[in-house]
Design a protein around this ligand. Sequence first.
Ligand SMILES: NC(=O)c1ccc[n+]([C@@H]2O[C@H](COP(=O)([O-])OP(=O)(O)OC[C@H]3O[C@@H](n4cnc5c(N)ncnc54)[C@H](O)[C@@H]3O)[C@@H](O)[C@H]2O)c1
Length: 303
Amino acid sequence: VDPDVLLVDFGSPSARAVLRTAQVLLTGWGCPRIDAAVLDGAPALRAVVHAGGSVKGHLSPETFARGIAVSTAAEANAIPVAEFTLAVVLLANKGAFDIARTYRERRGAVDLLAEFPAIGNYGRTVGVVGASRVGRRVIELLRPFDLDVVLTDPYVDAAAARELRVRSVELDELLALSDVVTLHAPALPETHHLLDRRRLALMRDGGVLVNTARGGLVEEDALLDELRAGRLSAVVDVTDPEVPPPHSPWYSLPNVVLTPHLAGSAGREVHRLAEYAIAEIERWARGEPLRHPVRPQDLARMA
Ligand SMILES: NC(=O)c1ccc[n+]([C@@H]2O[C@H](COP(=O)([O-])OP(=O)(O)OC[C@H]3O[C@@H](n4cnc5c(N)ncnc54)[C@H](O)[C@@H]3O)[C@@H](O)[C@H]2O)c1
């Protein structure tokens, strides 16, 4: 990579010089917004390839209106989120978080049969909210286990659900059926507080909520009430706001596993994002179709 073509802003004279001739922008997290003024200064631009997930933060509608091809590595970013979800679903069903805490606090024997008679993955129901890129991969990863997987997604009909080999149900039914509910829908106006107080109350006693999607999907005050009452437990990778303030109950509730937006690409996993983006640029340069295009008509339902 030529360091002279690495841009951290679009306004400096050197950035403007690069933009004047650039045909492709490879963007990453924190990319400044590509608005009409930036595009005016980039007359040769034909493609924006994002080595990250959502393109909504940095791409203006103008980018699409000008016919610039857009690609995202969201599919690559979905891989570690799905792996993380698989791991926590299996451990949650096993009671591992709860039992590890009990063992540590008690500093003595735990009678698994007497105290935790319902633990284990065998015959459990997992509810997947959203057959998004992450959601679909989670469904795939859950397949080898003796689990019943149910799905809710307004864009997936019964036939499409059968292809995914899951049963499609309404959200309320999913909440009532599932031992673990895992959220994979995007943050959209219609998914804000998708799990509100009424819906959280539908979850089974002892149920576990896994949120690797976005904090705004859950009415957090209502969830915190359920957690304080000990009726539910949660694995929370995303909150609203993120990061929670220092005195937030998220840090202290014993039945919460809180992680700092860890599920997505981190550490070594960011190399996969770069590989996806570079392979996409190579395809584009050879005149081949993009493998991971973002179509403007899909934006309203995408993360
Ligand atoms: N924790 C992390 O580090 C991390 C990393 C990546 C993604 N995410 C989050 O994971 C979620 C999924 O990301 P993605 O890239 O797979 O999303 P995506 O763009 O693939 O999701 C779009 C799909 O979500 C489904 N959907 C839309 N509205 C829905 C609704 N009301 N109810 C249920 N399903 C609905 C539809 O199938 C739609 O096609 C998003 O919330 C995203 O922000 C988190």
